[in-house]
Write a protein that binds this ligand. Structure first.
Ligand SMILES: Nc1nc2c(c(=O)[nH]1)N[C@H]1C(S)=C(S)[C@@H](COP(=O)(O)OP(=O)(O)OC[C@H]3O[C@@H](n4cnc5c(=O)[nH]c(N)nc54)[C@H](O)[C@@H]3O)O[C@H]1N2
Ligand SMILES: Nc1nc2c(c(=O)[nH]1)N[C@H]1C(S)=C(S)[C@@H](COP(=O)(O)OP(=O)(O)OC[C@H]3O[C@@H](n4cnc5c(=O)[nH]c(N)nc54)[C@H](O)[C@@H]3O)O[C@H]1N2
Ligand code: SF4
Ligand SMILES: [Mo]
Length: 678
């Protein structure tokens, strides 16, 4: 239903500045060359000093998505069976009227909670999420969504310990004497961090990487702990124990700035270096070396990533890791402490939504398949998907698809491209990309905030989230007269509601910063956002909500039938499933040579990766850079990327993490056989 526009020839080209708001920590400034309202090329801009002129290869190719064959150009309604992807073009007015009418009907028949809005980051900006969309859902009284597909365990731990205190920014890495990259792969997932790590190394810093894969950055590390999936909690607890037992716990810091160190110490007690190393499947002397390096180095910095949260122990892993700088006394110096998401640094309350959140049913987004197929009080009769591609990105793909196939479910998908999810829509609505509209690009690695602008004409009939949700509010009589309509209006409204000088700085086109600047030192410039500005090392509320309690470990769920752990880290080619529609070389399953040999498999073989939930057919690549016992498929691949239209999420159960209700993407346990012999 889309076609590629003719290339534009001749005429003056100009370079326009904007920023990349996609779900990536870096939020690059962009310099976009345009001609006659069309994109010619995308380069790095200079406004963000951290990204300073260079951007990733995937966004350089964003034009292939903007004008590509999968782009949605106009609203359409389904004419084929669900999932066929056959649609008929309709005018916007008709599509929106149909959506509004189905909302009213669903509410009259089974209440507002029978409508489930389903979204995640999308373009990740302040205009495109938690804005007029939230206003619509809150005022209409729909079910609420717990946005847990990412960062829920790490976020819960960071919130409970430190109230999401701003953390060490990329620019301060060169100050560190020791850097621990823990469950993070910046070479793919935040490329602008890498040069700062290299600079620190050049200045003599030691580098430790904790990752089951030997990533490029791990290969340059002084110590690489290739831990088994889900064992970070015991590795971190062993370091705590070492610190306490050898007089390296900073008693003065703990007395003045922390609570409940004793309780943490007690839970760490059983994790000797030897026992933790055994459970994690690593060398005890390497772990001891890391513990000693951590005890003796200052400034020492831990970058806590997201790879370690996506398993049964993910919350306790994040908790134990983030507690290390408190026990070790690593705060108070530039380049010391921890880095996590800096997205809370701006203290933005989203007061512009203008309606409090109602107490309606809360649905964990990781349970989408279950919610669509099992919930009955009330059942979900209308699903509105935007900023998200759940058919590719949330656990238990088969159950999600089964839910989406329900004939009595009315599904709206508001999207830029014909995603795996949009294929199942009753109504598709075409959305603009960040190049076609305003948004705020908020970095969560560096502390940087920029205004993104429309630099090209909207493609086809695509409309912004602000326009569409504003229009739906109007049609459902939910809009108050003085509230913004349209995107430009909304952008001005948000500027007016941003805290401090952010709005006026952005209006003036100058660099903006929170009151403590863009490179705060933890416990000097910023303190925990907890009531008494102290760290709570054993937060009671978190313990109460954690079925197994805090600083606890659950053993490996591998079985004889399914002995291999399947992980799905971020790849260089996509942002989650965004851009995964573009042609690419075969998506392959990565496996260690020893695992291939025992299964009689060789590089290039077609394999079947399976468990009781499903199977994926794809070629195999055999490399020593992955830990034995672990296999890997890229995160975010579309169904068309494999031989049987099924992706890694089909093998992931919807079991939740120990803390925070997160997804256990990396805890899938599978077997692999040759497809020829299957
Ligand atoms: N190019 C690109 N960049 C991205 C994204 C993308 O899709 N592509 N996604 C963005 C988003 S949404 C996010 S959340 C971030 C994620 O970025 P990262 O924090 O880097 O997260 P992952 O890529 O999931 O995993 C990081 C590493 O953790 C390892 N890992 C897996 N399981 C474990 C474990 O149990 N313990 C330990 N210690 N390591 C483990 C993986 O092998 C991987 O190398 O990146 C963002 N940036
Ligand atoms: N197997 C596996 N799966 C994973 C993970 C994993 O580690 N392993 N990690 C997960 C992680 S970290 C994350 S963050 C999630 C992300 O999962 P999703 O939230 O599904 O993110 P994307 O795949 O990027 O899909 C976002 C969609 O929003 C659309 N979009 C972008 N901007 C706009 C807009 O302005 N308006 C509208 N209407 N639509 C827009 C894009 O076209 C895109 O299709 O995936 C998770 N999925
Ligand atoms: S995805 Fe990340 S690295 Fe790429 S342009 Fe956007 S912010 Fe920069
Ligand atoms: Mo994410």
């Amino acid at each position: 239903m889309s076609s590629r526009p003719e290339p534009v020839l001749g005429g003056p080209a100009s370079v326009v500045e904007t920023a990349c708001p996609l779900d990536c920590p870096d939020a690059c400034s962009l310099a976009v060359t345009v001609q006659h309202g069309k994109l010619v090329k995308i380069d790095g801009g200079r406004a963000n000093p951290v990204t300073d002129g260079y951007i990733c290869a995937k966004v350089r190719k964003f034009g292939d998505r903007v004008y590509g064959p999968d782009r949605l150009l106009y609203p359409a309604v389904r004419i084929g069976r669900k999932g066929d992807g056959r649609f008929k073009r309709v005018p916007w007015d008709e599509a929106l009227e149909l959506v509004a009418e189905r909302f009213q009907r669903a509410k009259a028949e089974a209440g507002g909670e029978s409508i489930l809005p389903y979204s995640y980051g999308g373009s990740n900006g302040l205009l495109t999420q938690d804005n007029l969309d939230a206003q619509l859902w809150r005022r209409f009284g729909t079910s609420r969504l717990a946005r847990t597909v990412c960062a829920a365990p790490t976020g819960a731990a960071n919130q409970a310990l430190y109230g999401k205190m701003p953390s060490v920014v990329y620019q301060d890495y060169p100050e560190a004497q020791l850097i621990i990259l823990w469950g993070v792969n910046p070479g793919a997932s935040g490329i602008h961090l890498v040069p700062y790590v290299r600079e620190a190394q050049a200045r003599g810093a030691k580098l430790v990487v904790v990752d089951p894969r030997s990533t490029q950055v791990a290969r340059s590390a002084d110590v690489h702990l290739a831990v088994n999936v889900g064992t970070d909690v015991v590795v971190a607890l062993a370091i705590h124990r070492y610190l306490f037992a050898n007089g390296h716990a900073d008693e003065a810091f703990l007395r003045d700035h922390a609570h409940n160190a004793d309780k943490l110490r007690e839970r760490a007690e059983r994790w000797t270096i030897e026992e933790a190393a055994r459970v994690a499947g690593i060398d005890a002397s390497a772990l001891e070396r890391v513990a000693r390096l951590y005890a003796e180095s200052s400034p020492a910095l831990i970058r806590c990533g997201w790879g370690l949260e996506r398993n049964r122990n993910g919350g306790n892993a994040a908790l134990s890791i983030l507690a290390l700088p408190a026990v070790g006394g690593k705060f108070g110096v530039r380049g010391g402490g921890y880095s996590m998401s800096n997205s809370a640094s701006w203290n933005i309350e989203r007061s512009w939504i203008g309606t409090p959140e109602p107490d309606t049913r809360l649905v964990n987004m990781n349970h989408l398949g279950r919610a669509l197929t099992e919930y009955d009080d009330p059942p979900i009769n209308v699903l509105f998907v935007y900023n998200c591609n759940p058919a590719a990105t949330v656990p238990d793909q088969h159950r999600v698809l089964k839910g989406l196939e329900r004939e009595d479910l009315f599904t709206v998908v508001f999207e830029q491209v014909m995603t795996d999810t949009a294929m199942y829509a009753d109504v598709v609505l075409p959305a603009t990309t960040f190049l076609e509209g305003y948004d705020f690009a908020k970095a969560y690695g560096p502390i940087n905030l920029e205004l993104g602008r429309p630099v090209i004409d909207a493609v086809g009939e695509a409309r912004s989230n602000a326009d569409v949700f504003g229009e739906l509010c109007s049609r459902l009589d939910l809009r108050k007269d003085d509230e913004p309509t349209g995107e430009l209006d909304l952008m001005v409204h948000v500027l007016d509601h941003l805290p401090g000088t952010i709005g006026s700085d952005l209006r003036a086109g100058t660099q903006t910063a929170p009151p403590f600047g863009v490179a705060p030192v933890q416990f000097v410039d910023v303190f925990p956002n907890t009531p008494d500005r102290k760290v709570d090392l054993f937060p009671a509320d978190l313990e109460a909500g954690a079925p197994i309690g805090l600083y606890r470990f659950q053993p490996d769920p591998a079985t004889e039938r399914y002995p291999l752990a399947l992980i799905s880290p971020a790849s260089e080619r996509t942002i989650s499933s965004t851009l995964a529609e573009l042609p690419r070389p075969d998506v392959k399953l990565t496996m260690h040579p020893a695992d291939a040999t025992t299964r009689g498999l060789a590089d290039g073989d077609l394999v079947r990766v399976f468990n009781d939930l499903g199977e994926v057919h794809c070629p195999l690549t055999v490399v020593p850079s992955i830990r034995q016992g672990i296999v890997s498929l890229p995160k975010g691949i579309w169904r068309r990327s494999t031989r049987n239209n099924t992706t890694g999420t089909a093998l992931v159960s919807d079991a939740l993490t120990d803390i925070g209700g997160g997804a256990c993407f990396n805890d899938a346990r599978v077997q692999v056989t040759s497809l020829a012999t299957a």
